[in-house]
Every structure is written in structure tokens, then in C-alpha cells.
Design a protein around this ligand. Structure first.
Ligand SMILES: [Zn+2]
Ligand SMILES: [Zn+2]
Length: 457
């Protein structure tokens, strides 16, 4: 047993957006805050055609420092053909801020004996993905929490406090250690429908006078000049766009952004349309019904489910997985959409665009790109392809999105208000810009280095 004084080490999210992997150590307790995949992880070596080999488990990621070589963290299978020897768990838990891939994605390599702590809503989202496409949390013991709970892991005490973000069930944390408190924001915004939850987090964090604040800064950039669109503004604008055409409206957006689903469901309703979502989203909405604090549209009553052709192409029951079959009778297919195109608002993810070949919509409809505008080459390529499809069917292209992250100014306000002794920027490409948030003579900015411990004392 090695005793270490409280410290944290960032193994991801350092100078990059996403990929948070923060190891907290206090005496012999070790906890990971998130264990995500970075959006640009390994793009110098891997792409859609060159991928890490399954047979080498974590080894093909260790090679480029894309995963930290922490003993007692990984599963036997992840290490079976690598130089690292398997050891029984030495990490006590992974504590999740929310269910986005850039915070959960690398859990697939983690020993399934290690428990995952997550919000109750996140565990429902996990259940939905287990049923449809699989979840990175599969096989792990799940320990659930809610705002108002406190839980201990070894020598640390965690206080989870909800924040508003573009997926339900997002949290920030105050963590008490032997050397004072640490606060971690997770991903947050104030301009969503539940912005007051982020306020609750700020209030809970500042009274603890934390030694360290780990704050995300996705939108911290010198050219953050774009207006900060709220979810409410998206609703108003979408309603206007939908009323502006008598033809089909379709949109690409993240199928687990429940705020956006509610927004588009509302926009569809005001113009006498029905929102039609993917089966994967339908399963998620069905699971989230169990969360009484969330308001989600009811599948079949408030919105419909799109049924695409598979295998035989004849829409036979046997063409579909068991989890898809319950939606077959109440679903709408390409023919239904074509027949009712003026009455439909269709959720069509980018990979599913070829469905337009079956739908054959009349020209003159509207397409809404409801996601962040492309910020890298890969994104630009995808956007170009979407534009080609939209042009091919003769639709109008519109961009409409409210970010899941607070703009630079509001990140600065949070940092100043929490007033921690030390501020560690994470989940940002511009950690140095946090300098402008620091009050004169109060608190120090610490730019994290990947794999280098930061002491809490
Ligand atoms: Zn993130
Ligand atoms: Zn996120």
C-alpha cells in the first residue's frame, strides 16, 4: 500500500476538447473522474480506414499515449497481448459527469470489476444503449446518485450537483479530500432550459472554497464572437422555418439531446406536424419515462418512429432486432413520410441520409443542420456531403443550434465566482486564455500537463 497525499493527474482533456480522464489519488484511494475518448484521439495515426487492432486491446492506444498505463485499471482482455501485466483492480471507481462519448468512451478497456458511479438519469441512458447498440458501461456494477446525495469512495467524499448540458443527467462535483476540496465542472452551460441547475453547482462549489477548480472551457477562444443562441431561440427560429414550407422538413441532430427533441417536437406541433425520430432515440425516450423529473415526449402519442428497410427490404418482423420490433406497428416508413411530407418533421442522422432515396421528397423543403458547425477537416468533409444530399433533393439548408457549453464570458464568471486557490483548465484548446479570468492577487492558474500530477496541498 503506497500512501500519497491528495493529488490529481489529467490524462486527457489537456489542450483538447473532450477525452477527460482525471485520476484523483488520496492515501490509497484512487478514483477516475470520467474516462472518455478525445475527439481527435490518435488522428495522426488512425482514421476511418486505419483503426486500432481489436486483438491488441489497449496496446494500440498505449503506443501513442492515447491511454494512460495505470496499473490495476484495465481488463484482462484489454491487456492480453500487451506488455502490461494484468493486475487485480487498484482503481476504486470511475465517477462519471455525464454520458457523452468524450467522457465515457475509454471505459470499454476498464476492468468490469471496477464500479461506475453515475447519475440516475445516466444509468437510464446507459440501459437504453445497452438495449440498442451497446454501452461502454456494460458489465460494470453501476452505483447511482442524485443531487442532494453524498457518497464516500475510500478517503474521498463526493458531492454531486446537477448542471445543465446537452444531454440529461449531467453533473459537476465537489470532492472532499484530506487536504481540502476540489471542484470539477464536467460540461456545462447556463443558456439551456435547466440553466438554473448550473447555478446550483456554482453555489455549492463556492461555499466550499475549493483548493482546486477543474473547469471546462470548450468555447474559451479568442474568436468566440458568435451570438450565444439559447434553446428557446432555437425553438422560435425552428417554428418560423417549419411554418415557412409546405414540404418535408428534416434535420440532423444528436439523438440523445433531449432538449433538442423537445424543442423540435414543439416546433413540429405548432405547424401541425409530427416529429419522427430514429428507433434508437425512441428506446431512449421510453427508458427516460422512468425519470419523473424529466419531461420527455411519449413515443406513439407525441411523436412517431421511423422504420427503415433492412435485410429483405420488405419490413418483415424477422428483419429487425428484438428491441426494434415493438416499434414496427406504430412506426412510419419512407412511403408514409412521402405521403405525409407536409405533416412531418423528420430526424435523419447523417449516416441515414440515403433514406432520402426511398422517401423521394418534393423539392422545396427545408433541412436543418442542428449541430455544431464543422471545426475540423473530418467535420468539414461530412458537412460538404450533407450539403450535397440537401442540394440533390432540392432543399434549403439552414444552420440552427444551441451549444451544450457556456460561452467564454460565462466560463470566466464561473471561475471568478468559485474563487478557488488554483484553477486547472480542462476540455479546452486554449487553457492559457483562462489567464484573463483570474482576479488580481487571488488564485493561481495552473496549466495541466498530460500525466503530470498536481498536488492539492
Ligand atoms: Zn465533453
Ligand atoms: Zn458533454
Amino acid at each position: 500500500m503506497v500512501f500519497v497525499s491528495p493529488r490529481l493527474t489529467c490524462f486527457g482533456g489537456v489542450g483538447e476538447i473532450g477525452g477527460n480522464k482525471v485520476l484523483l489519488e488520496d492515501n490509497d484511494t484512487k478514483v477516475l473522474l470520467d474516462f472518455g475518448a478525445g475527439f481527435a484521439d490518435g488522428f495522426e495515426y488512425y482514421d476511418s480506414t486505419i483503426s486500432p487492432r481489436g486483438v491488441n486491446g489497449a496496446g494500440d492506444l498505449f503506443e501513442f499515449g492515447l491511454l494512460p498505463e495505470i496499473p490495476g485499471l484495465y481488463s484482462e482482455r484489454s491487456l492480453q497481448n500487451t506488455e502490461m501485466k494484468y493486475a487485480e483492480p487498484e482503481v476504486d471507481a470511475v465517477v462519471l459527469s455525464h454520458y457523452h462519448w468524450d467522457h465515457t468512451g475509454r471505459i470499454i478497456y476498464v476492468d468490469s470489476k471496477i464500479p461506475i458511479y453515475c447519475g440516475e438519469t445516466t444509468s437510464l441512458i446507459h440501459d437504453a444503449y445497452t438495449e440498442s447498440s451497446g454501452s461502454p458501461l456494460d458489465g460494470h456494477p453501476i452505483r447511482k446518485f442524485r443531487t442532494g446525495d453524498r457518497f464516500r469512495i475510500g478517503s474521498m467524499e463526493f458531492v454531486p450537483v446537477h448542471v445543465d448540458h446537452s444531454i440529461p443527467g449531467a453533473y459537476g462535483f465537489v470532492v472532499h479530500t484530506g487536504e481540502g476540496a476540489l471542484a470539477y465542472t464536467g460540461d456545462f452551460r447556463f443558456h439551456g432550459p435547466a440553466g438554473s441547475m448550473t447555478r446550483d453547482f456554482v453555489n455549492a462549489a463556492k461555499i466550499e472554497r475549493p483548493r482546486i477548480l477543474l473547469a471546462e472551457g470548450t468555447r474559451v477562444r479568442s474568436d468566440d464572437t458568435k451570438a450565444n443562441m439559447s434553446e428557446k431561440a432555437v425553438l422560435n427560429e425552428a417554428s418560423r422555418m417549419v411554418k415557412g414550407t409546405k414540404n418535408l422538413v428534416f434535420s440532423t441532430f444528436r439523438g440523445n439531446d433531449v432538449d433538442r427533441i423537445n424543442t423540435f417536437n414543439e416546433a413540429a406541433k405548432v405547424s401541425g406536424r409530427r416529429l419522427v425520430v430514429s428507433m434508437k432515440t425512441a428506446v431512449l425516450l421510453e427508458k427516460l419515462k422512468a425519470d419523473r423529473r424529466l419531461s420527455v415526449p411519449r413515443v406513439g402519442q407525441d411523436l412517431d418512429v421511423y422504420v427503415r428497410r433492412k435485410k429483405s427490404g420488405r419490413l418483415d418482423d424477422s428483419d429487425y432486432y428484438a428491441w426494434e420490433r415493438p416499434f414496427l406497428n406504430q412506426g412510419v416508413n419512407a412511403t408514409d413520410v412521402r405521403e405525409k411530407q407536409g405533416k412531418v418533421f423528420l430526424h435523419l442522422e447523417a449516416w441515414n441520409l440515403p433514406e432520402l432515396i426511398d422517401i423521394k421528397p418534393d423539392r422545396g423543403g427545408t433541412y436543418i443542420h442542428s449541430a455544431t458547425e464543422a471545426f475540423n477537416e473530418e467535420g468539414e468533409r461530412e458537412e460538404a456531403i450533407i450539403r450535397n444530399w440537401v442540394g440533390h433533393v432540392g432543399f434549403k439548408y439552414a444552420q440552427l443550434h444551441a451549444s451544450g457549453h457556456a460561452p467564454m464570458k460565462e466560463v470566466g464568471e464561473l471561475v471568478r465566482e468559485v474563487a478557488a486557490d488554483m484553477v486547472v483548465p480542462i476540455h479546452t484548446e486554449n487553457p492559457k486564455l483562462f489567464k484573463s479570468f483570474m482576479k488580481e492577487g487571488r488564485g493561481a492558474l495552473h496549466l495541466p500537463q498530460k500525466g503530470k500530477p498536481i498536488a492539492l496541498e
